[in-house]
Design a protein around this ligand. Structure first.
Ligand SMILES: Nc1ncnc2c1ncn2[C@@H]1O[C@H](COP(=O)(O)OP(=O)(O)OP(=O)(O)O)[C@@H](O)[C@H]1O
Length: 375
């Protein structure tokens, strides 16, 4: 009979990755897109994207479904040929008017959402598949080394269907790093995993990426994932690059309301524009670049809404409250505003529904941009 105590270590064992620091290092490459555009018939999927991924950098391509992330990745890989513009690896044109190198000659590794393992091949054969420049014995040894790094050497002879989703992801990672590519392209590599597993797999994958020192472009639609994984984030919208920068840049200095909205739920505020400031029922807030009388969009992040005693700020009344763990989501109707505000409050248990409160805003969470009707 199997007891709980016997089952636990083997489950933990199955999740264990190999020793950190044992993945072979690669010579990282610089990947550049120069005014890359791509259309599928009438549909412009990528519009004049220019960006450079530095050697050894992890860059996350972030955006809503259909914004062109995967198309850009496929263009870098060479499985799609762009309509115009150039792709360069280490300053050498790999796709453009002068040249087009097929995927296997670009020194790029690919890892897809569905892992794309060959079901009829063993795990070791899957990992060795791309190692065509090596002899059989060397390829097998290289595959085993990569599998050891992800903790799956003991499964080398198994077939993919015998592995869990998390393990298949690790095999796909081993396969991608085994040829030591200068650039690793990953399309939503964690989306098939359940949340519980995802954090560990992300951390371990990042550790492997750092060890291999590969330049990595990772597609994701999840802002939190992009912030956790990316040295920089390239935010895309409708085929265009909206903003490129660190997590701090994008969160704290968004270039427009779309970028701001991507990283946080926002409450809209009625406001009028002054010179470099906006006026709301909560008072005035700095708004560099705004001029008097301009049509403005002003928003506040839920964590920037501060509730206090009645009299401390604008008058408000709590209309709903829901405890969700670290914070309470508190809905508060505010005098002078048509719509209630949604706040995230620590220790929100102090605020009962129906209670009169004072409402203030943390100026750091107030965001103002000229009105953009195209958003
Ligand atoms: N082979 C194709 N033929 C025609 N249209 C395509 C093709 N591939 C993608 N598209 C379209 O191009 C646009 C961009 O798609 P793409 O897959 O690059 O976006 P994405 O941001 O990666 O989205 P997702 O996260 O849903 O994969 C979408 O409108 C999509 O429907």
């Amino acid at each position: 009979m199997t007891t709980m105590t016997e089952a636990r270590p083997s489950e933990a064992q199955a999740r264990r990755w190999g020793t950190r620091g044992t993945a072979g290092a690669t010579i990282a490459a610089r990947l550049s897109f120069e005014a890359v555009s791509h259309s599928y018939g009438q549909l412009a999927a990528v519009r004049s994207v220019s960006l450079t991924v530095e050697p050894g950098e992890v860059l996350c391509l972030l955006g809503h479904s259909g914004c062109g992330k995967t198309t850009l990745l496929r263009i870098a890989a060479g499985v799609e040929r762009q309509s115009s513009g150039r792709v360069l690896i280490n300053e050498r044109e790999v796709a453009g008017p002068q040249a087009f190198l097929p995927p296997e000659r670009r020194g790029v590794g690919l890892m897809f959402q569905d892992y794309a393992l060959f079901p009829h091949l063993t795990i070791a054969e899957n990992v060795a598949f791309g190692l065509t420049h090596m002899g059989r014995a060397e390829a097998r040894q290289t595959a085993l080394t990569a599998l050891t790094r992800v903790g799956l050497a003991s499964h080398a002879g198994d077939h993919p269907h015998a592995l869990s989703g998390g393990e298949q992801q690790r095999v796909a990672l081993a396969r991608a790093i085994a040829p030591r590519p200068g650039v690793l392209l990953m399309d939503e590599p964690f989306s098939g995993l359940d949340r519980r597993l995802r954090d560990t797999v992300r951390d371990e994958t990042l550790a492997v990426l750092r060890e291999t020192r590969a330049t990595c472009v990772m597609v994701t639609h999840d802002p939190e994932e992009a912030m956790r994984m990316g040295d920089r984030i390239a935010l895309m919208r409708k085929g265009r690059l909206v903003q490129l920068g660190s997590a701090d840049d994008l969160y704290n200095r968004p270039v427009d309301m779309f970028a701001a909205r991507f990283f946080s739920e926002l409450n809209e505020l009625e406001a009028s524009a002054g010179d470099n400031e906006v006026e709301t029922v909560f008072g005035r807030f700095a708004a560099p670049g705004i001029s008097r009388g301009q049509d403005v969009d002003v928003c506040v992040r839920p964590q920037g809404i501060l509730l206090g005693e009645e009299g401390e700020g604008q008058r408000g009344r709590v209309t709903r409250r829901r405890f969700i763990g670290e914070v309470d989501l508190v809905e508060v109707a505010v005098e002078g505003l048509d719509l209630p505000l949604h706040a995230r409050i620590r220790d929100g248990g102090r605020f009962a529904v129906g209670m009169d409160v004072g409402v203030r805003l943390d100026a750091r969470d107030v965001i103002a941009f000229p009105h953009d009707s195209g958003e």
